[in-house]
Design a binder for this molecule. Structure first.
Ligand SMILES: [Zn+2]
Length: 269
């Protein structure tokens, strides 16, 4: 588990390094899948610029840093390159979330090099917790976008939908971004109405999951059908239907909160 209550101050050779090339995380082919590098080891491979190390927290008591290196087709013989999805469900959750934090912090700093208000360059302050404008002093902290994801049930049937625009048909629970000024429950009701045209009630919180693609947090809910017939919104949904627990289509794995919502529902029915 990554401890983020204190951020490290200066990179040392035997600290941990989480290394990204663009959207791909580089992990060692040796040892535990997805494990971070010792900083000296990664430094020998890619000549890391320690001035640009992004402090993540402490991993197993050792300082952990995120590094971004230029995108290249040649990552060397010792490294495996893959996007974050390739680690999901393949490494334990705490390690996946550590890679996700590394990616989100790098993405946040990369996209906030200039002030959004006046356009002047920013610099990192508060030991890495924020960036500040050099001119107008505006501060920006890492941005997280909350999304709701909801399993809607009707008796012992559950509503699953195949998203539009994907070649491989895959049935999942409904999800959408929260809008400013909304409560989670209002987002659940609006998203379900917009995507499949039905009304829901009895909305109950389930659990949450950081989702670093690139910076969401998924808030899982259960809800029950209240009224209406399913009418998929063609912009978002290719097909949606009520499914019997004994006859489910292909669904997401348990590594995702959608898979966990479905498993939890099936256990109770
Ligand atoms: Zn500014």
């Amino acid at each position: 588990m990554l401890d983020i209550s204190v951020l490290p101050l200066r990179p040392e050779a035997d600290d941990w390094a989480f290394v990204f090339a663009g959207r791909n995380t580089l992990t060692s082919l040796r040892g535990q899948p997805g494990a971070p590098w010792r900083l000296a080891e990664a430094d020998a491979l890619w000549s890391l610029n320690r001035d640009l190390a992004v402090p993540m927290g402490y991993w197993g008591g050792k300082a952990a840093w995120a590094f971004s290196i230029p995108e290249t087709n040649d990552t060397g013989l010792e490294a495996l390159s893959g996007n974050l999805y390739s680690l999901l469900g393949r490494v334990d959750d705490s390690l996946f979330h550590a890679h996700g934090r590394a990616y989100q912090l790098l993405h946040w700093q990369d996209t906030h090099r200039y002030c959004g208000r006046c356009g002047s360059p920013t610099s990192v302050i508060e030991g890495g917790r924020a960036v500040a404008c050099s001119d107008c002093s505006m501060r920006v902290y890492p941005r997280i976008s909350p999304c709701v994801i909801v399993l809607v049930s009707k008796g012992n049937k559950l509503l699953l939908a195949a998203a539009a625009g994907y070649q491989k048909r895959f049935y999942s629970t409904l999800a959408g971004f929260m809008e400013p000024g909304e409560t989670c429950e209002q987002t659940v009701m609006r998203e379900v109405r917009e995507e499949v045209g039905i009304e829901v009630s009895n909305i109950r919180y389930f659990t949450s999951q950081p989702w670093p693609f690139p910076s969401q947090v998924m808030l899982g809910f259960f809800a029950e059908w209240q009224s209406g017939e399913i009418v998929p919104n063609p912009d978002e949904i290719e097909e949606a239907d009520w499914f019997d627990p004994g006859a489910l289509p292909p669904t997401p794995p348990n590594a995702s909160i959608s898979g966990q919502l479905i498993s939890h529902f099936l256990q109770a029915h």
